[in-house]
Design a protein around this ligand. Structure first.
Ligand code: FES
Length: 161
C-alpha cells in the first residue's frame, strides 16, 4: 500500500509504539497523537492508512477518534466558539447570535473560517442557562444577554488574535 499521509517520518515514530506494545491496539492512541501533531487533525485517509499499518480494524480507530474530543477529523482552528442551542438559549436568541457570529468570523456552524482562525460549533447545554444565550470562546464563557449590538460582539472577537 502506498501511504499518502503516513510519511516515512510518521511511520518511524509509529514504529516505536508498534514495537513497544504487545497488543497492537495499544499503539492506536499514541499513533493518533503523532498524526495530530503533523496535520492538526485526523484525516479520514490517515485512519485508513493507520489501520493498514498497525493491522487493526479501521472501525477501532474511528471509534477512538470519535470518542476523544482531541482527535477531530476537522482542522483545529485557532479559536473555537461553542454556542449553546438548547431551548433556553434558543429562546434567548442564540439563532440570531449565530447569524452575527457567522457574519463576523466568516465561519459557518460546523465549519472553519477560510483563514482558519475560527471554528463555530453548536453545542448542547453548557450549564450556563442563566446567562442565555451562552457561548464559549475557547475556555472563556460569555453572557450573551449582555451583548446588545453587533459591535459589542465584534469587540469580544477582536480580543482574539
Ligand atoms: S440551555 Fe444554553 S447553557 Fe443551558
Amino acid at each position: 500500500m502506498e501511504y499518502k499521509y503516513l510519511t516515512q517520518e510518521i511511520k518511524n515514530k509509529i514504529d516505536y509504539f508498534k514495537n513497544k506494545y504487545l497488543v497492537k491496539e495499544q499503539a492506536i492512541i499514541p499513533s493518533l497523537h503523532v498524526i495530530l501533531e503533523v496535520y492538526r487533525d485526523i484525516p479520514h485517509e490517515a485512519v485508513r492508512e493507520l489501520s493498514e499499518y498497525l493491522q487493526v480494524p479501521e472501525a477501532d480507530i474511528e471509534g477512538i477518534v470519535s470518542f476523544y474530543d482531541m482527535f477531530r477529523h476537522k482542522k483545529n482552528a485557532r479559536h473555537h466558539i461553542r454556542l449553546c442551542r438548547n431551548l433556553p438559549c434558543h429562546l434567548a436568541g442564540s439563532k440570531k447570535f449565530l447569524k452575527i457570529l457567522e457574519k463576523l468570523t466568516g465561519a459557518k456552524a460546523g465549519e472553519h473560517s477560510p483563514d482558519g482562525k475560527w471554528y463555530i460549533e453548536l453545542v448542547e447545554c453548557i450549564g450556563s442557562c442563566a446567562i442565555a444565550p451562552a457561548f464559549l470562546i475557547n475556555n472563556d464563557l460569555y453572557d450573551g444577554s449582555k451583548i446588545k449590538t453587533e459591535q459589542d460582539l465584534k469587540e469580544i472577537l477582536d480580543r482574539y488574535e
